[in-house]
Design a protein around this ligand. Structure first.
Ligand SMILES: [Fe+2]
Ligand SMILES: [Fe+2]
Length: 166
């Protein structure tokens, strides 16, 4: 890992490492969310996204290879914070609210992942690395698609819950 970042290439590699750390953490989180989710449909969605996340990790490793570097992760305190907040909120929430809690954490996580990939893609394009661009774009598209599914599920649950509460 770098002591200091002195070139844009080093910065890119360091951020790619943070993305690797992010995805490995997300993979753990998805396993926990699958266990905690109350609705079968959500369990299924988290299982599916865990599969995608394994591919995403592989794509990041391939991006390192395209740079001629060994995969090396960098700190990613943002994802650790999201994980910590999500776990604390699940613990605090009544069972009837757990799915809503999980979905809000999932949406926040997907937004973060999308921002990470958009940033990396911008830089890989500027570096003239089309292979890396296409690997990262593949990951980005899965995150965007997942965010849409999470938003739809959150909307459905919110409408059910507030209709009952009214
Ligand atoms: Fe991901
Ligand atoms: Fe994701």
């Amino acid at each position: 890992m770098f002591e200091r970042l002195n070139t844009p290439q080093e910065l890119f590699q360091y951020k790619l490492g943070a993305a690797l750390k992010m995805e490995n953490t997300v993979l753990e989180m998805l396993g926990e969310l699958e266990q905690s989710a109350q609705r079968e449909q959500l369990k299924h969605q988290f299982r599916h996204h865990a599969e995608e996340t394994r591919q995403q990790i592989h794509n990041i490793e391939r991006a390192f290879a395209a740079l001629g570097e060994e995969p090396d992760d960098s700190p990613c305190p943002a994802i650790e914070g999201l994980e910590k907040e999500g776990k604390a909120n699940i613990k605090k929430a009544d069972d009837s609210l757990v799915d809503a809690v999980i979905l809000s954490g999932a949406a926040e996580t997907e937004h973060h992942e999308i921002a990470v990939y958009e940033g990396l893609i911008t830089e890989a394009e500027a570096m003239g690395k089309p292979e890396i661009v296409s690997l990262l774009r593949h990951n980005l598209e899965q995150e965007q698609h997942t965010l849409e599914e999470v938003k739809q599920a959150a909307q459905q649950i919110a409408q059910e819950q507030f209709a009952h509460a009214a």
